[in-house]
Design a protein around this ligand. Sequence first.
Ligand code: NAD
Length: 253
Amino acid sequence: MIAPDLRSGVDQLGDMIAHAKVIVPFTGAGISTESGIPDFRSPGGLWTRNRPIPFEEFVARQDARDEAWRRRFAMQSTFAAARPSRGHRALAALYKAGKIPAVVTQNIDNLHQDSGFAPHDVIELHGNTTYARCIGCGKRHELDWVRQWFERTGNAPHCTACDEPVKTATVSFGQAMPPDEMRRATELAQECDLFLAIGSSLVVWPAAGFPMLAKESGARLVIINNEPTDQDEIADLVIRADIGETLGPFVGN
Ligand code: NAD
């Protein structure tokens, strides 16, 4: 059911939150646009400017790796300046109140952690762009180290431990999904009684399967997004409005 207006959507959401025992939020890029990070598919979004570099290309070609890191550093001032939005803060308040055990996110921006979630309770399906990992041995590398290498050599770095390429700790197209995160997200979707899909176009799979799984497992499903999604018709409530406006009333003090 689509809420007829923002006010009644917020009221219904408030009732559902009050009656729920276990709430699992599932977030996409839309929760971070208020923080100044563009999403992928909106006009002006990242994909309207850059075609994504698939994992296979990153592995195969030095110029693809150089381009990936050039793009990442071009975004650094945006990521560094971003602060949690009203959406992030509302979820953090519900987490603190014990209503939310963990958040499942497609985002890579670290803003759920910054809003007060313990790192262990942020299930990052697509990784994290605020640090890097070797694609061979998995060793963690900090972005400052990558930048120094890049500035010194003009090229993307290789791991100091095993000499394989170093990539942001994100999951690229063509790269395997992280098994532990997939398992935990599956369990949370199956065990919650209220599932909130927030700011996702729900077109990136397998992540987009979680709202459906939660619904099939008996949870009520709410979709908060300013444009339609393919799963609106199975949702118990669709709030087609701005996320900050919708979740602002739940931020608390
Ligand atoms: P998406 O760009 O496909 O969809 C975002 C959705 O949010 C769109 O439907 C858009 O209309 C909506 N939206 C944007 N701002 C909104 C607002 N203020 N209020 C309500 N709705 C709003 O993003 P996705 O579904 O997360 O999938 C794309 C992939 O992009 C993800 O895998 C993620 O890893 C990656 N990504 C992450 C970030 C980030 O970490 N902040 C940013 C861009 C892309």
